[in-house]
Design a protein around this ligand. Structure first.
Ligand SMILES: Cc1cc2nc3c(=O)[nH]c(=O)nc-3n(C[C@H](O)[C@H](O)[C@H](O)COP(=O)(O)OP(=O)(O)OC[C@H]3O[C@@H](n4cnc5c(N)ncnc54)[C@H](O)[C@@H]3O)c2cc1C
Length: 234
């Protein structure tokens, strides 16, 4: 396994609680849309065993041609050791990235794609939407639905409906509106439904989608193939 140490080159304050860290792209390093990495902080491999409190899974919120690995995360006042270290990091400091993998590449199957997310879950979908804007082949339409009770919605310059490009985007701030909308979207019995958020969020979305007759193979989760059955009861 190759560990890449790389520098933070920019920190974007997306909202009062959400930051995007842009990391230099190590030479030869690439990824596909929907990818996540292991992000690790200095000292994570200092002992005999890796120190898990200094490692987190993070989605890559950028595409390779943006020339930076983007990591978008919410850092609340009360936070883990990992996030309190990250919060104080500055441009030029180093982090490690390793084990890149995408569970949720954009499926180009001539269908409508529904991107359902909660909070910073939207970061996982940013590169899918950018990839679609660059090349819409074999995707009929993309619709994004994001719930964020803080109302500080993310990436609103990209997640903005563009009818000409067959892209629509919706933000809601409460569960009632969110699940009502999921039910409406599930009227499309042939659509592909991507869901990103906490495990509890996945479970509730899957329940609503299944009740509406959406089949497990139409539901895409940011989970390894082996953990899908836990959620989808194949
Ligand atoms: C494939 C995959 C992709 C992912 N992508 C992303 C991503 O792009 N961005 C992202 O942010 N996360 C992502 N995650 C989740 C990420 O790995 C972390 O699990 C998540 O961000 C929580 O981080 P944390 O454990 O450092 O806790 P925190 O976010 O710091 O805390 C979690 C909760 O616990 C509370 N808490 C924590 N510590 C304390 C404390 N000491 N006292 C009181 N309350 C406390 C916090 O208030 C918060 O409500 C991804 C996970 C997977 C599996």
């Amino acid at each position: 396994m190759q560990i890449y140490w790389t520098k933070i080159n920019k920190i974007i304050e997306e909202t009062p609680e959400v930051k995007t860290y842009l990391l230099d792209c190590p030479e030869g390093y690439t990824w596909e849309e929907g990818s996540h990495i292991h992000l690790a902080l200095e000292g994570f491999n200092a002992g005999d065993k890796p120190n898990r409190s200094l490692i987190r899974h993070m989605s890559i919120s950028t595409l390779p041609h943006e020339n930076s690995i983007g990591i978008t995360t919410r850092i609340r006042e009360q936070c883990s050791e990992f996030k309190s270290i990250l919060r104080n990091m500055e441009i030029g400091q180093e982090v490690a990235v390793f084990k890149t993998h995408s569970n949720v590449p954009l499926k180009r199957e001539d269908k409508n794609v529904y991107l359902l997310s909660s909070g910073v879950g939207l970061a996982t979908f940013r590169p899918l939407v950018l990839d679609y804007f660059e090349r819409a082949d074999n995707v009929n339409h993309i619709h994004s639905l994001n719930i964020d009770s803080s109302r500080d919605f993310l990436f609103t310059n990209i997640f903005e409906s563009v009818p000409d490009k067959e892209f629509t985007s919706q933000f809601v701030d409460n569960r009632k509106d969110y699940y009502e909308e999921v039910k409406n979207l599930a009227d499309d019995k042939d659509g592909l439904f991507y869901v990103v958020g906490s495990d509890e969020f996945l479970v509730q979305n899957i329940e609503v989608l299944r009740e509406q007759g959406i089949k497990p193979e139409q539901i895409m989760l940011d989970k390894h193939e082996q953990s899908r059955p836990e959620f989808l009861n194949f």
